[in-house]
Design a protein around this ligand. Structure first.
Ligand SMILES: Nc1ncnc2c1ncn2[C@@H]1O[C@H](COP(=O)(O)OP(=O)(O)OP(=O)(O)O)[C@@H](O)[C@H]1O
Length: 644
């Protein structure tokens, strides 16, 4: 039968180039990928056979076989799963269906170490065979097709591959790797078996390898015709917790998440009651490169009674927890459940709520252990407890740095858990450069008579720290939280109070420090407002296009002026963010507040360049606040005029 030559899709060729130039730091993973494909193929067969049992032909026992041939320098991974028709082989092994591929390729930086990590996250699946092979032959027959409609797919990993029709009695697929010269180490039963043990132990199908026996005459081990199962073959999550070691949990995670780093935490539970399911959920230690993509499907695999149903079942967790990885195995859902059905299922809703609660508990637990106990509390711990406390310390901070911004989305999305989510928030503040202050910490530090939790939104922590709006708070030692993430402004629309205490922006409305301001201070401000009335009126007139109002400030100590907006209005920062995102924003005219004590303000009255000075005051307040003067050239001109 004649062979046909096909070109790889451009992205595949590009990936192959990367793979063959061995960006992989860990070559062993090729076997994990190919075994995982074999297992997927068996899952697919089992799934299709639910509707048509004849697909099993005379082989109802699904299994994976791994063998090697020292003389021919080949490793063969075979499965009796769904198999591929010729058209499918051309399609599946010549293109990449995944939509993220192009974006992934664009992200590669050329820095080998970083790229290797990215590739690990992405997983190049079948093509990872070329890490160790310079030629791959795939022989396959799709379940349900006659033996004469088998296919042989061959490629040396350069730009093209060939296919030809073959006769193949066995259903399923064999992937034959012709090893590169530098990959001889894999021609060893021990080596292959140990890789399978490490990466594929949890695969729920038996993985078989031929037994080996010492041949005295030849002076070497030879393979027998007898097969032996080399993996535990019980899905990890179905085993009892006490029978699973931490290493096994971690290895399972690495497989599941394509992550080289161990997870920060995991939870494994069998949930009983109206809806029965097993959940094994992990909190990764690093955010994936596309964490911001809200369309990305969740990271939880769905099984029904141990039969794999689908990857990335987004209905099993709310969107703001899309970075959680894991497995849910339901005892109640029908096997033929589709994504659409999942959205409407009551059982799924119960599972989603249960998963959410579980993830939040894990986070609360990490948060509670983030700081090592000190003093007496530390001394009371046993040696083992100390070790554990040391291992746990800092984990929540790591989590927060990676995923905090995404967790904040939850405040707008998950009303039922808003209170719990609010407790998990962390901020930097006037009292802490580290992003580690919780709202509960803040409340515990509130001054006598303080009635609100104060915050400031800004472009960056540096900008926040130097903001004039903070001056009076600093003077009085009142803590102000810095909200410098883009989502903060959005989040604040849903977070009005915490534990009965309102949140208040220091850049909105008239500053009302309530009982924290003494009578004398209040009087002074009122008096200044009275005395400066004519000046304020004049400024209002000069700045009428820029400022909604000009008034005397109670917030300033060192700076001459600052800008604020009225309660309920978009903050200047939010208006800027929305504008940058191309959205229409209602015009926000700020209020200019003046420090009556400041020399510059005192100089204003009767100044020959009154108008220039007024505009400069306004523009400088805008700059200090993180904005830019509308007319930078005009600003420069005015400053120059004042300098000469
Ligand atoms: N052993 C096999 N039996 C049947 N089909 C296979 C087998 N190996 C690969 N395929 C087909 O080739 C496709 C591409 O495989 P590949 O490993 O590159 O990607 P994937 O399995 O979809 O994704 P990933 O491995 O990254 O999870 C698979 O989706 C599947 O359709």
């Amino acid at each position: 039968m004649s062979a046909h030559t096909h070109a790889f899709q451009a992205e595949v060729a590009q990936l192959l180039h990367l793979v063959t130039h061995s960006l992989y730091s860990n070559r062993d993973i090729f076997l994990r990928e190919l075994v995982s494909n074999a297992s997927d193929a068996c899952d697919k067969l089992r799934f299709e056979a639910l509707a048509d049992a004849s697909l099993y032909e005379d082989q109802p026992n699904l299994e994976i076989r791994v063998t090697f041939d020292k003389a021919a320098r080949t490793i063969t991974i075979s499965d009796n799963g769904i198999g591929m028709s010729e058209a499918e082989a051309i399609d599946h092994l010549g293109t990449i269906a995944k939509s993220g591929t192009r974006e992934f390729l664009q992200r590669l930086s050329g820095d080998q170490k970083k790229d290797a990590q990215l590739i690990g996250q992405f997983g190049v699946g079948f093509y990872s065979g070329f890490i160790v092979a310079d030629r791959i032959v795939v022989e396959s027959r799709r379940a349900g097709l006659p033996p004469e409609q088998g296919v042989r797919w061959t490629s040396d990993g350069s730009g093209q591959f060939t296919t030809e029709t073959i006769t193949r009695a066995a259903r399923g697929t064999s992937v034959i790797l012709h090893l590169r010269d530098d990959a001889s180490e894999y021609l060893s039963r021990w080596k292959l078996k140990s890789i399978i043990g490490k990466y594929s132990d949890h695969i729920s199908l038996p993985i078989l390898m031929p037994k080996e026996q010492w041949d005295k005459d030849k002076g070497e081990y030879v393979l027998l015709q007898e097969w032996e199962q080399v993996n535990a073959a019980s899905a990890l999550w179905t085993r009892a917790k006490k029978d699973i070691t931490d290493e096994q949990y971690i290895e399972f995670y690495k497989n599941l998440a394509y992550d080289d780093e161990p997870p920060l935490a995991w939870a494994h539970h069998r949930v009983e009651g109206a809806t029965e399911y097993t959940q094994l959920l992990y909190i990764p230690s690093k955010a994936p490169y596309d964490i911001w993509n809200r369309d990305k499907r969740g990271g939880v695999k769905l099984y029904v009674k141990r039969v794999f149903i689908m990857d990335d079942a987004e209905a099993l967790l709310p969107v703001y927890l899309r970075w959680v990885k894991g497995v849910v195995d339901s005892a109640d859902l029908p096997l033929n459940v589709s994504r659409e059905l999942l959205q409407d299922s009551r059982d799924v809703r119960a599972i989603r709520e249960g998963n959410t609660r579980r993830v939040l508990s894990m986070l609360e637990d990490l948060a509670a252990k983030d700081r090592k106990p000190e003093g007496e509390a530390w001394e009371r711990l046993s040696d083992d407890e100390k070790k554990q406390a040391e291992a746990d310390a800092g984990k929540y901070s790591r989590f927060w740095a990676e995923f905090g911004m995404v967790l904040k989305e939850g405040l707008g999305e998950d009303f039922a858990n808003r209170e719990r989510l609010a407790r998990l928030l962390r901020f930097a503040s006037t009292h802490s450069d580290a992003v580690s202050v919780s709202l509960a910490d803040y409340k515990a530090r509130m001054k006598e008579g303080q009635e609100a939790i104060y915050y400031l939104t800004a472009e960056s922590q540096a900008a926040a720290k130097n903001s004039p709006q903070l001056e009076v708070f600093r003077k009085k030692g009142i803590e102000v939280l810095f909200m410098t993430d883009r989502v903060d402004e959005w989040m604040l629309q849903y977070l009005h109070d915490f534990d009965g205490t309102p949140l208040r922006s220091v850049a909105k409305g008239a500053v009302d420090l309530g009982k924290l301001q003494d009578e004398e201070e209040k009087k002074k401000t009122e008096q200044a407002a009275e005395t400066l009335k004519p000046l304020l009126e004049r400024l209002k007139e000069v700045l009428k296009d820029k400022a909604k109002d000009v008034r005397v400030s109670a917030r300033l100590v060192d700076s001459p002026a600052c800008l604020v907006v009225e309660d309920g209005e978009y903050s200047m920062q939010l208006a800027r963010l929305l504008k940058a995102a191309g959205q229409k924003v209602p015009e926000v005219k700020p209020i200019l507040e003046l420090n009556p004590e400041h020399a510059l303000v005192r100089k204003l009255d009767g100044h020959p360049h009154f108008d220039d000075l007024a505009h400069v005051l306004f523009d400088q307040a805008l700059l200090a606040e993180g904005g830019l003067p509308e007319d930078p050239a005009g600003y420069v001109k005015r400053v120059s005029a004042l300098l000469v």
